[in-house]
Design a protein around this ligand. Structure first.
Ligand SMILES: [Fe+2]
Length: 188
């Protein structure tokens, strides 16, 4: 896993540097805020990422089985993210997709957790004072540690985001690096 992540990091970093050379903006882009870098969304068409694409399809097939979704799946798009100090991903959904997710390649300490929110309007407008240690069925927000090598999948309608990266080590040491993607159902 460590070797695989190093391999991915090497390629993503080179891609990022090329973008910088071409003068592509690294500021606010889509859901990335605070000067994170977001690659183009054709990552799945670049052969160096084939090994990761294979893993993604395996996971997406499990989701299909769990939710009783018929084949066949297509990988709609895929992109890399570099989130340096103080950047974050605001709460968002992935329209027109079936399954979305993230794979973590590099996660420095205190660089933020992934969170998902209850999408129902009711629980978001009715928030009485609650007791501690509520059972998970009553949680409104759920958070997962970003862990190198961890892959998270979720239905694309689920509102989610990533906390602000509070790691302030020098240079690329503070980068949180991940890959995001959208699976779609293709025509019969
Ligand atoms: Fe997302």
């Amino acid at each position: 896993m460590i070797c695989f992540n190093r391999y991915l990091f090497k390629h993503i970093k080179a891609w990022y540097k090329q973008d910088i050379k071409k003068g592509k903006p690294t500021g606010e882009f889509k859901t990335n805020s605070g000067f994170g870098w977001h690659s183009s969304t054709d990552m799945n068409e670049r052969k160096e990422y084939n090994p990761l694409v294979k893993e993604l399809f395996m996971m997406a097939e499990y989701c299909n089985r769990d939710y009783g979704v018929q084949p066949k799946l297509g990988l709609g798009n895929m992109w890399a993210n570099i989130n340096p100090s103080y950047s974050y991903n605001k709460t968002h959904t992935h329209p027109n997709s079936l399954w979305s997710g993230v794979y973590y390649i590099k996660v420095p300490k205190n660089s933020g957790k992934f969170f998902a929110e209850d999408p129902r309007p009711g629980p978001n407008t009715y928030m009485p004072r609650r007791m501690d240690n509520l059972p998970k069925e009553l949680w409104r927000v759920i958070a997962y540690d970003a862990v190198e090598g961890r892959m998270l999948f979720f239905p694309s309608w689920l509102p989610h985001g990533v906390d602000i990266n509070m790691n302030t080590e020098k240079g690329e040491k503070n980068w949180r690096v991940s890959v995001s993607f959208n699976f779609i159902q293709t025509p019969e």
